[in-house]
Unconditional design. Sequence first.
Length: 367
Amino acid sequence: MPELPEDPLNREPDLQHLASSFLTPADKAYDRNHCIHPHLDGSTHRVRINGAVETPLELSMDDLKTNFEQHDVVCALQCAGNRRHTMRTKIKEVQGIDWTDAAVSNCKWRGPRVKDVLERAGITLGAGERKEAHVAFACYATPCQEDTWYGASIPLSRALSIAAEVIIALEMNDEPLTIGHGYPVRVITPGIAGARAVKWLDRITVQKRESDNFYMQHDYKVLPEDAVDSESASKYWGVVPPVQEMPVNSTIAVPVEGSTVERDVNGCIAVEGYALPSGDDGPVVRVEVSADGGETWSEAELSHHEGEGKWSWKLWKTKLAVPSGSGLKLCSRATDQAGNTQPRQSKWNLRGVCYNGYGEVENFTVK
């Protein structure tokens, strides 16, 4: 692939600021890109619906907004590589951007259901064919680092499920999408890795197989532990499934690593963070915090916010009795409604994706 004229924007916000608000403002949401931002004209932009459909469609922004029922969903959107730094430093080296704990955002999205759009086009696949079919989402507006376009797909069954709440988003937090977050239109796939929530969407295809885009077939996969480099990984790309659902997770935003905090009159310090459910298994129902490496746990208070649901994160806080000292460490673990709980440490994989070991903050001082 030719080099892009400029580097794609990849950044994560300050973790403490991120975890200070239930809905993440657009300027605080993480940026993950494999291409430069295309500057598209919303008045002329079209989303084409094709593949195994009776009537291919070409929908304008006005069509999407006025010809279909609009649906709101509040969900956390998370890079599959969120917390990669912890896997890299606690286990061993991995490939990929060194994300810490803030490659995630929690926003309110609004637009028509993908289900409604596909049913308007009419799906031609029979019941047997639908079992393995996918809906592929694509942006052909700009070349990527490893492909000429960006694409991803999810199972057709998920796209057609009302409960899955997959939407074509036109708004983010009651405002039009920003360019950085997909203007004029993107897909939102709650509970699924952010890599599948294609920005600058211009194509939706019903097909019998997964997307063949590079970022679906050669990235964002949890490879076996014997895939230790690009050469040994090559035999697995075609057989290991792409990441779809993300695992239950939590992290500690307060106190900050390297900081000095003071105990209150009760000998306690403030501890805060966020927690994420596993795929469809939300919401998070419990977060616990430990000051002794996970030997004993104290339950934190979960905050409640308007609009929260099974897909959204939970902000949490507690007061924890911690003796004075330096080089201290705290751990957190979350449990969702289905009973999924964070392990002490998740397995290593070459691409450093889906890390969900205990949330940690280290090397702080308590006075």
